[in-house]
Design a protein around this ligand. Structure first.
Ligand code: LLP
Length: 407
């Protein structure tokens, strides 16, 4: 939970001024209480298996907490499978999705005994079948169907129509179920969709869950009985409100998507990422310089697009808050930029804030999802540290990289 106390931004009981002087910047800071609240909104009174999408934030300490609270994992690479297992998540709670699984990854997932591999093409299903036969292990599969449902979101994170690379059409999916049902080493157990990310409207999900039930019922009529339906993830958060919490939307979403699937007699799987970790994290940056260029006022901070790529990649807006609220309330319109040699290295554009000075700190809010997990070493920059705060305890959950990481 982030809030101001005595004009200083706090994460739970820790003042961010103290945190930054101890751990330096740029640094990701996560609130355990916020994680817990968001996770509980999903887990309470929910018969579904909630598979946290590790791609949103792969920090081992965070995955371990979510796993301890009862979540499974949605993984998309051998690396994420490793992270899920490392965090102690049991294999039967792990779903493996992804359009380009390597043979070595398929083999590892089969040997691990994951709940299911979610297949995204005909060639992939054949490779899974061959691998399962070679290993002599009967393998559970689900098919990810591309339902051709349009969800209004940024085009770069919309996934559920036929123009996107994800999943297979129902025509192909139907054939794949028949193939899997007849194959000695495969068992079709589920059907999945994932229609996009940062979706703030429940309506397309109603369509998606009805679609799943309809197709699963049609398979059942042919004698192919699936156990579960997986509605994917994608629920959005309110990036325009620095203190917004997604709980209400999660509760509404959970009830709405569950009804058709549970009433249809199927188990339910969900794969949320952003809505669990997004609001639970901020990226703390320190101002290095300010400069005026023509009409434009630039604030140059020590965080850059390599630390938080979302604004450069999707024009994403993260609220910026001063760690210390100034008495001076006069606002200046600024661009917050980083040291990277790219014009798109702009973390916040045309924002009216009290003009910060060299050494001041700013928090980029709602940076817990797709923040560190998309960080890179571009421009020879070192990936930031990550801290988890629980009350007044501060845990360093990832050390800041040192130059050795560049070699
Ligand atoms: N399941 C599958 C199969 C996915 O591909 C994703 C996200 C999720 C679940 C979790 O979606 P969420 O609940 O987090 O929206 N980097 C982008 C978001 C990319 C999402 C990719 N897939 C961003 O920063 O907005």
């Amino acid at each position: 939970m982030f809030r101001y106390q005595d004009n200083i931004l706090h994460c739970e009981k820790a003042a961010l001024t103290a945190v930054s002087s101890q751990f330096d910047t740029p640094t990701y800071i996560y609130s355990q209480a916020a994680l817990r609240q968001n996770a509980q909104a999903y887990l309470d009174d929910n018969p579904a298996l909630v598979c946290y999408a590790i791609k949103a934030n792969g920090n081992p300490a965070i995955i371990r907490l979510l796993g301890n609270w009862g979540m499974g994992a949605d993984v998309t690479s051998g690396g994420e499978l490793f992270l899920a297992q490392h965090a102690g998540i049991p294999a039967e709670k792990i779903i493996y999705s992804g359009v380009g699984k390597l043979e070595s990854e398929i083999e590892t997932a089969i040997n691990a005994g994951v709940r299911a591999l979610h297949v995204e093409s005909e060639m992939e299903l054949h490779l899974i079948a061959e691998t399962a036969a070679r290993l002599g292990r009967k393998t559970a599969v689900g098919i990810r169907i591309n339902p051709n449902i349009y969800a209004k979101t940024h085009p770069h994170i919309s996934t559920g129509t036929h123009g996107h690379k994800f999943g297979v059409t129902w025509e192909v999916g139907h054939r794949l179920y028949q193939f899997a049902a007849e194959h000695e080493w495969l068992t079709p157990v589920g059907m999945a969709v994932h229609i996009g990310s940062q979706i703030q409207d429940v309506e397309p999900y109603v369509k998606a869950s009805q679609f799943l039930v309809k197709q699963a019922d049609s398979l059942a009529a042919e004698g192919i009985q699936l156990r579960y339906l997986d509605i994917g993830g994608g629920l959005g958060i309110k990036y325009d409100d620095p203190f917004a919490s997604p709980q209400e939307l999660i509760l509404e979403w959970k009830t709405t998507v569950s009804a058709p699937i549970l009433n249809g007699g199927y188990e339910l799987v969900m794969e949320p990422g952003r809505s669990i970790v997004g609001t639970a994290g901020v990226l703390l940056t320190e101002v290095i310089y300010t400069k005026k260029q023509g009409e434009k006022m630039f604030v140059i901070g020590d965080a850059a697009m390599n630390d938080l790529l979302r604004p450069s990649l999707y024009d994403a807006v993260h609220p910026i808050l001063p760690v210390e609220q100034a008495a001076e309330k006069v606002e200046t319109v600024i661009d917050l930029v980083g040291p990277v040699c790219e014009t798109t290295d702009c973390l916040a554009k045309d924002r009216a804030i009290p003009l910060p000075q060299r050494g001041d700190q700013l928090a980029l809010m709602h940076a817990g999802a797709y923040g560190f997990s998309m960080a890179s070493n571009y421009n020879g920059r070192l990936k930031p540290a990550e801290l988890l705060i629980n009350g007044d305890e501060i845990h360093l959950i990832r050390k800041r990289e040192t130059v050795e990481a560049l070699l």
